[in-house]
Design a protein around this ligand. Structure first.
Ligand code: WTA
Length: 649
């Protein structure tokens, strides 16, 4: 069945950077015909080079690739310094706090703040080029200053989402061997202070690589200060110079690490490098959101995720845009908060996650109508497939059927958008990511043959040529990078990048993402590895075995469903208490985002005779679906009916 098609708003398209499908096709054809010419031209046009690159793409050690070799630049200068002539008094960041407090930071002010921060890191903490700095921060402007200050001096930042527990933070600090942590005392949520510094304290023990902790005093609550280790940003920053020369960086010098979940083992430190990343961050901002000089753009993500990196900080600033940063909760004080913010700041592009749209829809269906949302031009979604009812409400009630919805498909590893509509060009089908962006050679392949899949047939979403903003490696583990991304699909005898997602083409060649094919769950748009959650649950003394699967969830997209086998035969005296105890461990090991929605204390798990847990069966049971698979070869086929009865009961 073909879906309804929404043509771009004609008035918007007339003024857009890519105005129609002919222009899109011309760009994509140019990329296909002359891949290096395409990228080389954009790299020259879009970036300010201290020294020009000599080679566009070096694939000689693929899948380890080099883009723009020989080039020298500095990413913080791309985001700030080069705008000072034309935009020094333009708002770079508009901050709105949880309690409604507002702050506007111009490009000149941003320049001064970042330079002071960079000087502090260098002078007081001895941070040097190549050092890793962990940032564990709330959504306040200082978080952006910290990122850009690291980029300025060539330090590699690794942001850890503020919702992660001290254990999760500790793992990430240690894996990256970070010598500095930048944090805050805490911040505000729903008008109440919450704390971050105690989590950092708990993450640092005697053997920690961390030497210094910098604390931004945001909520001014009492915190413990460790003598000689912890310093107040508010104090140290006072006497710092507002000038700090930007370190000259190679194109392929690392810019940041961001830990993300995979299907096995511990989270991996996805490494992004300088030139290729910032180029694509800027180009996708321009193409996909089509932000104009006087526009105000707002992305509701947290800087702890890749969306916050690329589409709150690096992308918008690289193009010289005005980016809004919000500390609070989008449903507080009520589900009209984002629409009030759109009205107050006259937001032109609004970018959020399907889970947020579902929550806003459910809690405040009529809220958008109470505000003047006429400034909106482009609405974006990211993080998971958007369902048609959420899409419809977003399009009609938030966008008054006037705005393009850009369903942007990408991942931490891709650095920026991969498949997405262009708001002035692409005829949109609801809940469909549509077409690869120009320059991105994304194809759905049959993993068995490496051939493109037929219409309506689900295959593997692959990217068959390297692209500038692609992951450069897994920190400290070369082999894991190759195995995780280049192990599953071959095209013409060559390993190609596999995203981990399934997808299918429709009759127009449009791409619909069908979700992960591996053991990664997408909870409220956050990636969660089943192996990580299982490892946390196993820390409970009475747990013998556990298997975790995803289950569709009305608001979160997917919820976490755990099948737990206890050590003691007697069963559980108080199931609720036991579940609570297990969730407490999950909160300690990972954070609130990994808490299980459902738990079943099963008598055993369905396994093959070789001991492999049959997750497919567990997924079907969790969803209440009939089991179509042959279970007669299982070690104990009777276990399936027993578990089914427990879940239904
Ligand atoms: C999923 C977030 C469908 C996908 C930017 C991917 C999506 C994972 C979409 C990456 C979309 C992201 N439609 N699925 N528009 N966007 N995903 O690394 O499964 O946190 O692999 O990056 O989210 O999550 P990550």
């Amino acid at each position: 069945m073909s879906k309804q098609i929404f043509q771009p708003n004609a008035a918007f398209a007339a003024d857009a950077r890519i105005k129609n499908m002919d222009e899109y096709n011309a760009l994509q054809n140019k990329a296909i015909e002359d891949y290096e010419g395409f990228w080389g031209d954009y790299a020259k046009e879009k970036l300010d080079w201290i020294e020009p690159f000599t080679n566009v793409l070096d694939e000689s050690e693929a899948p380890f690739v080099k883009w723009f070799d020989g080039g020298k630049l500095n990413v913080s200068a791309q985001c700030i310094d080069r705008h000072l002539d034309a935009r020094k008094n333009k708002a770079a960041i508009i901050f709105e706090g949880d309690r409604g407090d507002k702050q506007v930071i111009t490009y000149l002010e941003l320049y001064h703040e970042v330079n002071k921060f960079a000087n502090l890191l260098k002078e007081d903490f001895g941070v040097q080029k190549g050092d890793r700095v962990v940032i564990y921060m709330p959504m306040i402007p200082e978080a952006a200053y910290a990122m850009l200050a690291c980029a300025r001096i060539g330090a590699i930042h690794s942001i850890v989402f503020g919702g992660f527990s001290s254990e999760a933070l500790k793992d990430r600090i240690e894996d990256a061997a970070a010598k500095v942590v930048i944090t805050a005392d805490g911040a505000f949520r729903k008008e109440k202070p919450y704390m971050l510094k105690p989590v950092v304290d708990a993450a640092i023990d005697a053997s920690s690589p961390v030497e210094k902790v910098l604390v931004v005093e945001r909520n001014n609550e009492e915190v413990t200060w460790v003598e000689g280790r912890d310093y107040s940003y508010n104090e140290l920053i006072k006497d710092k110079s507002t000038e700090c020369e930007a370190e000259i960086m190679e194109s392929e010098d690392p810019l940041f690490l961001l830990y993300t979940s995979g299907s096995t083992g511990k989270p991996k430190g996805v490494q992004h490098n300088s030139a290729g990343y910032i180029l694509w961050a800027q180009m996708t901002m321009e193409w996909v959101f089509d932000v104009k000089e006087n526009d105000t753009y707002w992305c509701t993500a947290d800087i702890g995720w890749i969306t916050g990196h690329t589409y709150i900080v690096y992308g918008p600033l690289a193009m010289g845009a005005t980016t809004v940063m919000f500390e609070g909760v989008i449903t507080y004080p009520d589900a009209g908060r984002p629409w009030k913010m759109v009205q107050d700041h006259r937001i032109n592009q609004f970018y959020t996650a399907p889970t947020a749209i579902r929550v806003l829809h459910k809690m405040g269906e009529d809220e958008p109508a109470k505000y003047d949302l006429s400034s909106l031009k482009v609405l974006g979604t990211v993080g998971e497939p958007i369902d048609p009812p959420a899409w419809k409400w977003y399009y009609e009630e938030v966008g008054s059927s006037q705005c393009a919805i850009v369903d942007t498909y990408w991942q931490t590893e891709t650095g920026g958008h991969i498949v997405s509509p262009l708001p002035g060009a692409t005829p949109i089908k609801p809940a469909c990511a549509t077409l690869p962006l120009p320059g991105i050679i994304a194809e759905i392949l049959d993993p068995a043959t490496g051939e493109k899949t037929e219409v309506d047939e689900t295959g593997y979403m692959c990217i068959t040529r390297p692209w500038p903003s692609q992951i450069r490696g897994v920190w400290g583990d070369k082999e894991r990078y190759v195995k995780s991304y280049y192990g599953d699909v071959q095209k013409d005898g060559k390993a190609v990048y596999f995203t981990g997602d399934g997808a299918r083409y429709d009759e127009d060649g449009y791409i619909t993402i069908t979700g992960r094919t591996d053991d990664v769950i997408n909870v409220s748009g956050h990636r969660m590895g089943t192996a990580e959650v299982e490892a946390a649950i196993k820390k409970h003394a009475n747990v013998a075995e556990v298997a975790v699967v995803g289950k569709p969830h009305e608001l979160k997209g997917e919820g976490i469903f755990a099948y737990i086998v206890l050590k003691s035969d007697e069963g559980v005296a108080d199931e609720v208490a036991e579940m609570r105890a297990i969730n407490t461990i999950i909160k300690q090991e990972i954070g609130n985002i990994a808490v299980c929605d459902d738990m079943v204390f099963a008598p055993g798990l369905p396994k093959t005779r070789s001991g492999k847990i049959m997750r497919r069966i567990l997924r079907a049971i969790a969803k209440g679906e009939a089991i179509t698979q042959d279970i007669s070869t299982l070690e104990d086929p009777s276990i399936v009916a027993k578990i089914e009865a427990m879940v239904k009961g």
